[in-house]
Design a protein around this ligand. Structure first.
Ligand code: HBI
Ligand code: FE
Length: 275
């Protein structure tokens, strides 16, 4: 169990995980309190979506069985599979990059098999099932984005071989966790880290003084980020085709970004196009 590359103190059941870091589907035990926590988070975040969340995200969410309580993995995988061929697999929490990339490359999205405690409602360090399922799964119902994430997983395996995981992790952070998209001339959120957080949703879409930049792959690959605060910088795509198209440039840009000095979180950089 090579958990050596993981941060310490993770709360999930890593001892019970298999070599690919998945847990047996039956291993899940959610209490009535967990269901109540899920429903509270689901209700609060769903109320924030109109005028802030991207339409494909809202369309995907409407087709998923997420309203009654903590989602059932088999039922969610059946709906997701019919839409884009993806499934969700239970994991104890964050898993090593190589395992994560392997799952994405095979169209399996790792979803944590526990939910935050009531006192963690507004902020949790590790991704729990609400972040993973409510934040990431609805967009996996969208074929273009699902295709991008599979291509990302395949590239992760290559990036690991050339020591370019850091720039690739920045692409995931800015464009999967905190991505913004233009929609009919307005700004909309599609990143999972935004959609699963009330504070980040308002900050990303409405806060003044936040740096919102036109998506530029080289800039994203060189932009450092802090994981424990609201983001000072976001990147905005025109549509998912722009993000998908950028994947062609990655093999050439990854080694350059690997060897370049990263821009500090929130800093301006030459060539930035602010929105
Ligand atoms: N593990 N379960 C889980 N979920 C993630 O989003 C995740 C991960 N491991 C690594 C990781 N994300 C990022 O470092 C990616 O950039 C690889
Ligand atoms: Fe995430």
């Amino acid at each position: 169990m090579d958990t050596a590359t993981l941060p310490g103190g993770l709360r999930g059941d890593y001892a019970g995980a298999r070599a690919d870091f998945t847990l047996a589907p039956g291993a899940m035990r959610f209490s009535a309190a967990d269901d109540a926590t899920w429903r509270l988070l689901h209700r609060r975040q769903t109320a924030l979506l109109p005028g802030r969340a991207a339409t494909p995200l809202r369309d995907g969410l409407a087709r998923l069985p997420f309203g009654a309580g903590v989602p059932d993995f088999a039922h969610t995988s059946a709906v997701l599979g019919a839409a884009t061929g993806w499934s969700i697999v239970p994991v104890p929490g964050l898993i090593p990059d190589h395992a994560f990339f392997d799952h994405l490359a095979e169209r399996r999205f790792p979803v944590t098999n526990w939910i935050r405690r009531a006192e963690e409602l507004d902020y949790i360090v590790e991704p729990d099932i609400f972040h993973d399922a409510f934040g990431h799964v609805p967009l996996l119902m969208q074929p273009e984005f699902a295709g991008f994430l599979r291509a990302y997983g395949r590239l992760g395996q290559q990036a690991a071989r050339i020591g370019a995981l850091a720039p690739l992790a920045r692409l995931y952070w800015f464009m999967v966790e905190f991505g913004l998209i233009e929609e009919d001339g307005d700004l909309r959120a599609y990143g999972a880290g935004i959609l699963s957080s009330a504070a980040e949703m308002r900050h990303a879409v409405e806060q003044l003084g936040v740096r919102r930049l036109r998506f530029d792959l080289s800039r994203v690959l060189r932009t450092a980020y802090a994981i424990d605060d609201l983001q000072p910088t976001y990147f905005v795509i025109r549509d998912f085709a722009e993000l998908f198209g950028a994947m062609r440039l990655l093999p050439a840009l990854l080694p350059l970004a690997r060897d370049a000095e990263p821009f500090p979180p929130g800093a301006a950089a030459p060539g930035d196009v602010e929105l």
